[in-house]
Write a protein that binds this ligand. Structure first.
Ligand SMILES: [Zn+2]
Length: 137
């Protein structure tokens, strides 16, 4: 086979498949692995099938994009319902920031401040309240 010739004509080939043409349907390794790990029942060949099966079982709406992101890209959903549906550990709530009173995605700006004098007043007050006494020996 002449490789350069086949690649040069590839764009002229019709896309898709002709009507009535049968293709062999076999689930990809990724899908097979998901079916086994989540012990899904029934005929599951596509990411849509996986999503439908998980939706039916968990009651949480799982989309094929969520399944694909997780299985192919390794992106875990944040939503706890989706995490449960995918058999992932549900994340514990993060530590609430003493300055801003919420859980930060990234490190808090106040926590980054190097010097105590750079801290916002509320953070400094929290540091003083929660200090451990300096006691050598
Ligand atoms: Zn903060």
């Amino acid at each position: 086979m002449d490789k350069s010739k086949s690649s040069s004509t590839s764009k002229k080939l019709p896309r898709g498949r002709k009507k009535g043409t049968r293709i062999t349907v076999a689930p990809s390794n990724v899908i097979t692995a998901m079916v086994e790990r989540l012990s899904l029942k029934g005929e599951i060949f596509t990411f849509q099938d996986v999503a439908d099966s998980l939706t039916a079982r968990s009651g949480v709406r799982v989309t094929r994009v969520t399944v694909w992101n997780f299985a192919v890209k390794g992106i875990e959903p944040r939503d706890n319902g989706l995490r449960r549906a995918l058999g992932l550990p549900v994340t514990a709530p993060g530590r609430v920031c003493p300055v801003h009173g919420k859980v930060h995605d990234k490190q808090c700006r106040a926590a980054k401040a190097r010097r105590l004098s750079d801290l916002p007043t509320r953070a400094l007050a929290w540091r003083i309240r929660n200090r451990s006494e300096y006691a050598p020996d």
